[in-house]
Design a protein around this ligand. Structure first.
Ligand SMILES: *Cc1c(COP(=O)(O)O)cnc(C)c1O
Length: 371
């Protein structure tokens, strides 16, 4: 049997090989590698794609979240509401501003931050809500936006996993005041290295971030603020410009893969799937299922030549890095069940239907054997 890896970029890379090599040659021959025309071009294209007013390329997704928060004035003494169930980058970006991440439990059905519980976590110190569109699924943005408006909080979306997703026809990463994207290679729009972006409708945020990402400078050797170095380089920008026109098609292909999985697994009692919100358009960066004894299943699938992964085995608050917060096991039962029982199945644009069937057949075989 041909192995089915957890992830493969091969199908995507074959389609763009010639264009990518041309883009590489152009940048190589121009010999301008930082803050040039390629970046400007990609920023304009990406803003247009998302429907946001301004886009700013930065070094990676973590920096994008950090800069977005910082540009909105978040810092020491502030609290930022984050999901308990997320990748640790979301939390780390908050800490880097000097603010405190305040976790909110996941919704047991959607697996996203529970909009009902966000209100209860608000204190006089709360300044922002930072929802994360996990796995390319979509948070309840209309609800979260209403809560933010009521309590006069700003919103920053961690859209690292959901480039191209939308709800009520409006893309994720355009609902908050200043929002973060990651172009980590496996994300729905991936660079050939590290990359990230901020999307905002606020010209002020955009202008401040433009200086901040480049040592606090927009005019050479004139430093208005104490900035950092976090720039999307010309080569990555050129390659992202090659990939962007394919993104819609690739996301559609991810959705097709997900649709097939859902059809084949819906009736399997042992397998739990997330509820997808009405009017939302998820892009399935990953395809996790919830199942008991997941590591046994992973071993079984591995023997069948099928790759899997876990996103994420330990929530941020149970990591050693956050020991000092004193948040103990048992604090967020839904999040902990997700951490214990989710397993991500193979998904990528170009994954064939026969392979998806084989993955599902093996899962069913394992369930029968187990019982
Ligand atoms: C990937 C990711 C990030 C960080 O992106 P990098 O580009 O790797 O820095 C942040 N948040 C979430 C939810 C992610 O999945």
């Amino acid at each position: 049997m041909k192995p089915i890896p957890f992830y493969s970029l091969q199908a995507q890379h074959q389609q763009i090989e010639e264009e990518a090599k041309t883009a590489f040659s152009v940048v190589y021959n121009d010999s301008r590698f930082i803050l040039g025309d390629r970046l400007k071009k990609f920023e304009e294209e990406f803003a247009a794609y998302t429907g946001g007013q301004f886009c700013l390329g930065v070094g990676n997704g973590l920096d994008a979240i950090y800069i977005a928060l910082k540009m909105l004035g978040i810092g020491e003494g502030d609290e930022v509401i984050v999901p308990a169930h997320t990748y640790i980058a979301t939390w780390l970006a908050v800490n880097r501003t000097g603010a405190t991440p305040v976790p909110v439990e996941a919704d047991a059905q959607t697996w996203m931050i529970d909009a009902d519980l966000v209100e209860q976590a608000i204190t006089p110190r709360t300044k922002a809500i930072l929802p994360v569109h996990m796995y390319g699924l979509v948070c309840d943005m209309p609800r979260l936006k209403a809560v933010a408006t009521t309590y006069k909080l700003v919103m920053v979306e961690d859209n690292a996993q959901a480039t191209g997703a939308s709800i009520q026809g409006k893309q994720t990463g355009t609902w908050g005041e200043c929002n973060a994207f990651s172009f980590y290679p496996t994300k729905t729009l991936g660079a050939l290295g590290d990359g990230g972006a901020i999307v905002t409708d606020s010209e002020e945020c955009y202008q401040r971030a433009r200086a901040y990402r480049n040592y606090g400078s927009t005019v050479q050797f004139v430093n208005e603020v104490k900035g950092i170095n976090s720039r999307l380089d010309e080569l990555q920008a050129a390659l992202l410009s090659v990939k962007l026109p394919y993104l819609q098609k690739w996301n559609e292909q991810r959705r097709e893969v997900a649709k097939t999985y859902i059809e084949l697994l819906r009736e399997v009692e042992e397998v739990k799937l997330p509820r997808v919100l009405d009017n939302s358009y998820p892009v399935y960066h990953l395809f996790p299922i919830k199942i008991k004894k997941r590591s046994d299943l992973q071993v079984h699938l591995k023997h069948a030549g099928i790759g899997t992964s876990v996103h994420y085995p330990t929530p941020p608050y149970l990591q050693k890095a956050y020991e000092s917060r004193g948040l103990k096991k048992g604090k967020f039962p839904v999040t902990e069940a997700l951490a214990d029982e989710l397993v991500s199945l193979p998904i990528w644009p170009g994954l064939e239907k026969s392979d998806i069937s084989r993955v599902c057949d093996e899962i069913k075989k394992w369930i029968l054997k187990k019982n």
